[in-house]
Design a protein around this ligand. Structure first.
Ligand code: ASP
Length: 458
């Protein structure tokens, strides 16, 4: 017999069906036993005799054949999608048994220690709250894909084994076996690739991109996370902002109708004004901060291009060095770096930064001057970014882009206290994967192959 998913059972009243799934609950009423059977699409009630249900325990995996019947009126449960019907079981096969779970999965789970939840994440994910979060995440990414493709964008995957690209964090490095002493870097973002794709003529690029940043544990950060990454050619700043505004407004309207965006178009606020009024470049502009359904977006624009790095004794880019200053005169930059503004924009939402991007400096000579101004020697510029300069010699369009932290946006929309709640297999706050037990040691053979030697820290 062909298996029917529980969300399709309603249409099968009177017929014989086969379902498969996990026993969510078992209620023993002496002569009859009720089971709630859960599959990917929901749950359904099964009625069976004690002989059939014998030793069945919660979370066992079963396959059940039976007839779909309307429940007596008094037994209907409108809170469940299949609450009007039940299956009278005729045959039950146990496909696998389950030990008692290490924690309850019918609660929201906030009360359980995080280490336990992450060690048994595959069980934690059975929890309805997490299941819903992951399903909504899927709907949001599908919606974004459809929206962007309709706008003429194409989705392109860029390499994970790559070279360092400056986003202000430490790189994760991967030793090369074939070139001993050399390393790949995992991308902190697809920044340079997406710019090079503009040179290639892919004028509207996007990617749901994994990014890696080896930062010290700080608040709600993860060493790997997902960005919605976009780059476009022949655009001005307002084009980028309008596109993003439309995308996020539609995501909210279509998928979170209970939410209310308090101002559209999103206000454009200069960095200077934001700092003066709210002391933050990601101000929380909600009128009622206790309302779970209020969304206050704002674009923060006109960021300073440079900031002074006291420790290193040099000027550095506030965003990244590819950002286009609002002047293209290096003498002006040198005269008063602190007051040079950039074509940089961030999107703030309820006190969080949920996206950031910039127009890029695409004139090679000026880019070189800016990189040198930030303390790179001619040789360093060549070594780190030679490929970009070379590419820019072959016809580069003016371009710009933006990247949005997907998990942060979802956490706000789902009223979750941290981004781990919207990720399937997050790491702990101190960057460990307790389920897989990583990072972990590697064998002496692997070390040898990589020409590496581990010095124990004292
Ligand atoms: N690569 C930048 C970031 O990850 C975003 C951008 O400029 O497009 O923050």
């Amino acid at each position: 017999m062909k298996r029917t998913f529980t969300n399709k059972i309603l249409a099968e009243k009177g017929s014989k069906v086969q379902i498969a799934g996990w026993i969510a609950t078992r209620r023993d009423h002496g002569k009859i036993i009720f089971l709630d059977v859960r599959d990917m699409t929901g749950t359904v009630q099964v009625v069976c005799s004690p002989e059939l249900a014998k030793s069945l325990r919660p979370e066992w995996v079963v396959e059940i054949e039976g007839t779909v019947k309307e429940r007596p009126d008094a037994m209907k449960n409108s809170a469940v999608e299949t609450g009007d019907i039940e299956i009278a079981a005729e045959k039950i096969a146990v496909l696998s048994e389950a030990k008692t779970l290490p924690f309850a999965i019918d609660t929201n789970g906030y009360e359980i220690g995080e280490e336990k939840r992450l060690q048994y994440r595959y069980l934690d994910l059975r929890r309805p709250r997490l299941k819903r979060n992951i399903e909504i995440r899927n709907r949001v990414t599908q919606f974004i894909r459809e929206f962007l493709v309709k706008e003429g964008f194409i989705e392109i995957e860029t390499p994970i084994l790559t070279k360092s690209t400056p986003e202000g964090a430490r790189d994760f490095l991967v030793p090369s076996r074939m070139y001993s002493g050399k390393f790949y870097a995992l991308p902190q973002s697809p920044q340079q690739y997406k710019q090079l794709l503009q040179v290639a003529g892919f004028e509207r690029y996007f990617q749901i991109a994994r990014c890696f940043r080896d930062e010290d544990p700080r608040g709600d950060r993860q060493p790997e996370f997902t960005q919605l990454d976009i780059e476009m050619s022949f655009v001005e700043q307002e084009d980028m902002l309008r596109l993003f505004e439309e995308l996020y407004t539609k995501v909210v309207e279509e998928l979170f109708p209970e939410k209310r965006i308090i101002q559209t178009p999103f206000p454009r606020i200069s960095y200077k004004e934001a700092m003066a009024k709210w002391g933050s470049d990601k101000p929380d502009l909600r009128k009622d901060k206790s309302s779970p359904n209020e969304l206050a977006f704002a674009f923060i624009v006109d960021f300073p291009m440079f900031e002074w790095k006291e420790k290193e004794g040099r000027w550095d880019a506030v965003h990244h060095p590819f950002t286009r200053p609002q002047t293209e005169d290096i003498e002006e930059v040198k005269k008063d770096p602190a007051n040079v503004l950039a074509y940089q924009y961030d999107l703030a939402l309820n006190g969080y930064e949920v996206a950031g991007g910039s127009l890029r400096t695409y004139k090679p000579e000026f880019l070189r001057q800016v990189l040198e101004f930030m303390g790179n020697t001619k040789e360093e510029v060549q070594e780190k970014f030679g490929h970009l300069f070379e590419a820019f010699e072959y016809g580069v369009p003016p371009h710009g882009g933006i990247a949005a932290g997907l998990e942060r946006f979802l956490a706000v929309l789902l009223n979750e206290p941290n981004i781990r709640e919207v990720m399937v297999f997050p790491k702990t706050g101190d960057s460990r994967d307790l389920m897989m037990d990583s990072p972990s040691e590697i064998s002496p053979g692997q070390l040898k192959e990589l020409s590496l030697e581990i010095k124990k820290r004292k």
